[in-house]
Design a protein around this ligand. Structure first.
Ligand SMILES: [Zn+2]
Ligand SMILES: [Zn+2]
Length: 381
């Protein structure tokens, strides 16, 4: 039986989410997922819009009465995590898991599309659904934008499940809500030597140790106490043997900030510290940045209006603490105003944990809420 025939509606959304959950695909490889979403859309007679995307799909509901276009975005990719939930619908794909709950987002957005389809002829505009690939690599949003799917969109909405909020709550907040997420690679160039004759070499491991320690002083000494920044060195690679001083060390990590001025200042200090310490030890070092998405900054007006929609549906609106995680939804908000909101899913673990899960009771009201938000937004534009 087709999933679309399952009643009641909440059960249907759960079946969709479980199907996606059991068949996770990594960023840029969401071919089966895309085919599944396309099949569900076609079975429901929902129009698939023609934008050139390798994976991911864009669909539209409404438009027969003219009116503005708004977008709802759901990300569809999974993570390279080996699932440890023990659920009956756990991942069938070894080493891959919907550990960020993008299966939930996709099912919720599909649900909203199905609800809006029922009143398509009355919709005062078009709701464009962006089933976006490769969020976890922070690349998919830019691909969707490059495909032209954001052209003419007057407002965009995106959701993320939130394990620390109870079911029945929606987290909405104007201003920054998720952080700018930059990556860095530091290469320290020293000179190799015998481990017992260090004076003949320039030890890049000693230099790396000083760099790691000194970088932490940026957050405590160069960033104001009321501003936020995180610097994490997450990988150090150097050396081949216990008795050889290597000639090179590579350090990787990430920088998270909300405020563009803080981001700029931290990066300046970062480069000064790396160059200064390397120089102090007669070595050299270079920093390369992996430019991540900027911070997700919500429009205050849409935050206010979306809160009213939630209250109308009897959902409790809570002001969420901003997350230092990154989200490529930020790229959409650079192009058009909108809102990124959190849906309470009362999970046992945080995002990306191998036993991550959502409370599926949140699915039905998430779909209803997205549909109501779309209608309210179209009416207000
Ligand atoms: Zn994630
Ligand atoms: Zn996510």
């Amino acid at each position: 039986m087709s999933i679309l025939k399952i009643e009641p509606f909440g059960e249907r959304l759960i079946a969709m989410r479980r199907h996606l959950h059991a068949n996770p695909e990594l960023s840029h490889e969401e071919f089966e997922t895309t085919a599944t979403i396309r099949r569900w859309l076609s079975e429901a007679n929902i129009r698939i819009a023609d934008f050139p995307l390798r994976t991911g799909v864009v669909a539209e509901v409404g438009g027969s009465l003219g009116g503005p276009v708004i977008a709802i975005r759901a990300d569809i990719d999974a993570l390279p995590v080996q699932e440890e939930t023990g659920l009956p619908f756990a991942s069938l794909n070894k080493g891959k898991m919907h550990a960020c709950g993008h299966d939930f987002h996709t099912a919720a957005a599909m649900g909203a599309a199905l609800l809006l389809k029922k009143k398509e002829s009355e919709l005062p505009g078009t709701v464009r659904f962006l089933f976006q690939p490769a969020e976890e690599k922070a690349k998919g949003a830019q691909q969707v934008i490059a495909s032209g799917a954001l052209k003419g969109v007057k407002a965009i909405f995106g959701l993320h499940n939130k394990p620390d909020l109870p079911v029945g709550t929606i987290g909405i907040k104007g201003g920054p809500i998720m952080a700018a997420a930059d990556g860095f690679v530091i290469e320290v160039h020293g000179r190799g030597s015998h481990a017992a004759i260090p004076e003949a070499g320039l030890d890049p491991i000693i230099v790396s140790a000083h760099i790691v320690t000194a970088l932490q002083s940026i957050v405590s000494r160069n960033v104001g106490a009321l501003d936020s920044a995180v610097i994490s060195v997450t990988r150090i690679q150097s050396g081949t043997a216990w008795n050889v001083i290597p000639d090179k060390a590579v350090l990787d990590g990430t920088l998270r900030t909300f405020d563009p001025r803080v981001r700029k200042r931290v990066r300046e200090r970062f480069e000064q510290i790396v160059a200064g310490i390397a120089g102090a030890f007669e070595t050299s070092a270079e920093v390369s940045w992996i430019e991540g998405p900027p911070a997700v900054r919500n429009d205050a007006g849409w935050a206010e209006r979306a809160s009213r929609t939630a209250e109308k549906l009897g959902l409790r609106v809570v002001p969420p603490a901003p997350s230092l995680a990154g989200e490529d939804f930020a790229f959409y908000l650079k192009e058009t105003p909108g809102l990124f909101l959190f849906i309470g899913t009362d999970g046992p673990h945080e995002w990306h944990h191998p036993a991550f899960d959502v409370d599926e009771r949140a699915l039905e009201h998430s779909a209803s809420y997205l549909a109501a938000l779309a209608v309210d937004a179209l009416q207000q534009l």
